[in-house]
Ligand binder design. Structure first.
Ligand code: ADP
Length: 489
């Protein structure tokens, strides 16, 4: 079919959308600056909208004071131009048929709207990308960078940036150095400004159209640039959001790096301290008075605590950086691990006068987990239970078997946790009381580690708590029926 005859059929959906609405839909669908200028260029050259032959946009960067040609749309020869228009008309026709089918099938307005929008994303943009091999279009996509300070006073770009409204420009009246291969005269020149100032200068010509560039074209061009300026405020806002989210991700990455470097560096001197203290405690270098022995025990305990904190940070940093916790699942006797863990919190328990009751009413089965992971899980839960208990409080550990699972519960009668905080306590560095002068120490990493270890070993956790009446943390693991027969599970 002849392309020209197709162009004479006004697609029905274009009748339904006014020019203003079409532009609004088109520009409003942009979410990045790149996309925005691509669409602006397409609107300018679309045969059904502004129908300029070519459009050329130079974006201004106020920091480097440069103009960069991001986009030049439109063909460089009449032949190319006619072929592209014919393809556009064909695309239009196809889209029109799709919309007609969708309408006949009573499609939702949302779907129709998507088809309308598609036009602005697909037609010229698609053509441009498809035709990348074409010499003319490659030239059209060429990047041009102009330094503001190097432009003469009567350079077209400088003037377009200063003019209050769009102007019709003739060749002889201006300097166009650096842009000669992109410009055809007469042309329209204007600019896009936002609240932050000049954003871009825009040129459009009618090199291949019979219609002249007259004051009506000038009026429409200015109208589009005004509209673009308003829309651009939104696009900039989106871009700012995107950039700040990128920045946040970067800060997060730096934090993770920082944590892992610092904890690595702390580990070496800590290992040395622990080793030397052990030599002293073992009396390898001479006898100790009871007072010295007591002091050394405290140094050993505090260093071990510090080593455990450093270990936690390192592990969290590793997981955050995309690593995995190393675990090895075997058949584990949970009671042995519980008993061992209670000795690790003995110092804290004694200093608060808290009583720990381990209730064993029946034989406790073996479970499938990693023994080190289980010990660390129980350690953090028990440590918290004591920490958040009142002086002379009571912590209970009990077991329950149900549905092939062993549930280990650590219950305290401490301060409890409110429902809104229950959801957050497993987050990195989260503490209900985060003031520096808070009553309880800690880094807010214990429960994060617990969750990571449970995820790695396939265990589960449940928390029941109410402010003022204590907390109950229950961890569950699959029971291993006969570990003796299958110790490697
Ligand atoms: P922290 O090092 O602060 O104990 P955790 O990740 O282990 O870090 O716990 C996070 C927060 O959850 C604690 O700061 C505390 O506010 C709350 N929490 C945890 N366990 C208990 C508990 N048994 N009773 C009351 N609050 C608790």
């Amino acid at each position: 079919m002849n392309a020209a005859s197709k162009r004479t059929i006004p697609p029905r959906y274009l009748q339904e959308l006014t020019l203003q609405e079409q532009v609004h839909v088109a520009l409003g669908s942009a979410t990045t600056l790149e996309e925005f200028y691509l669409i602006l260029g397409c609107v300018l050259v679309d045969p059904n909208i502004f129908a300029f032959s070519r459009a050329f946009i130079l974006c201004y960067d106020s920091v480097t004071q440069t103009y960069t040609g991001r986009l030049a749309v439109g063909a460089l020869s009449r032949k190319e131009h006619d072929r592209m228009r014919a393809e556009i008309a064909e695309e239009d026709q196809r889209l029109f048929e799709q919309i007609a089918t969708a309408q006949a099938a009573n499609a939702e307005p949302r779907i129709l709207q998507q088809l309308y929008n598609l036009r602005f994303h697909s037609l010229w943009i698609h053509l441009m990308q498809e035709q990348e091999g074409s010499v003319g279009l490659n030239q059209a996509f060429q990047q041009v960078t102009l330094l503001e300070n190097e432009l003469p006073e009567n350079h077209l770009v400088r003037l377009a940036a200063q003019w209050g409204r769009a102007q019709i420009v003739q060749r002889d009246s201006v300097d166009t150095q650096g842009l000669n291969e992109f410009l055809r005269f007469p042309l329209l020149a204007g600019h896009v400004v936002t609240k932050r100032g000049l954003h871009a200068v825009v040129f459009a010509d009618r090199a291949f159209e019979k219609k002249p560039i007259n004051s009506l074209a000038q009026y429409h061009f200015q109208w589009l640039l005004n509209h673009a300026s308003v829309t651009l405020d939104n696009v900039e806002l989106l871009e700012e959001l995107r950039q700040s989210s990128e920045r946040l991700k970067e800060v997060d990455r730096i934090k993770t790096n920082f944590l892992s470097i610092v904890s690595h560096e702390l580990r070496t001197p800590l290992t040395a301290i622990l080793g030397f203290v052990q030599i002293l405690r073992d009396k390898q270098v001479g006898p100790l008075t009871p007072f010295q022995e007591d002091l050394l025990n405290r140094v050993a305990q505090q260093s071990a605590h510090l080593a455990s904190l450093v270990h936690d940070i390192l592990e969290v940093a590793e997981v955050e950086a995309g690593g995995m916790l190393q675990v090895e699942l075997t058949a584990v006797d949970p009671l042995t691990v519980v008993m061992h863990t209670t000795t690790r919190v003995e110092e804290r328990r004694k200093s608060k006068g808290v009583v720990i009751e381990t209730l064993v009413e029946e034989a406790i089965p073996f479970i499938r987990t990693d023994p080190n992971a289980l010990e660390r899980i129980l350690y953090h839960l028990l440590d918290n239970a004591i920490k958040f208990s009142p002086t002379n409080g009571r912590v209970r550990i009990y077991f329950r078997q149900h549905d092939g699972q062993l549930h280990i519960t650590i219950e305290d009668n401490g301060i409890g946790i409110s429902p809104e905080n229950l959801r957050k306590i497993f987050d990195y560095f989260y503490q209900v009381d985060f003031r520096l002068e808070r009553a309880y120490g800690g880094m807010g990493l214990g429960l994060t580690i617990v969750k990571l270890l449970l995820d790695a070993t396939g265990g589960q956790i449940r928390v029941e708590s109410a402010v003022g009446s204590g907390s109950r943390f229950t961890v569950s693991f699959p029971i291993v029926e006969s570990p003796a027969l299958n110790p490697e599970i």
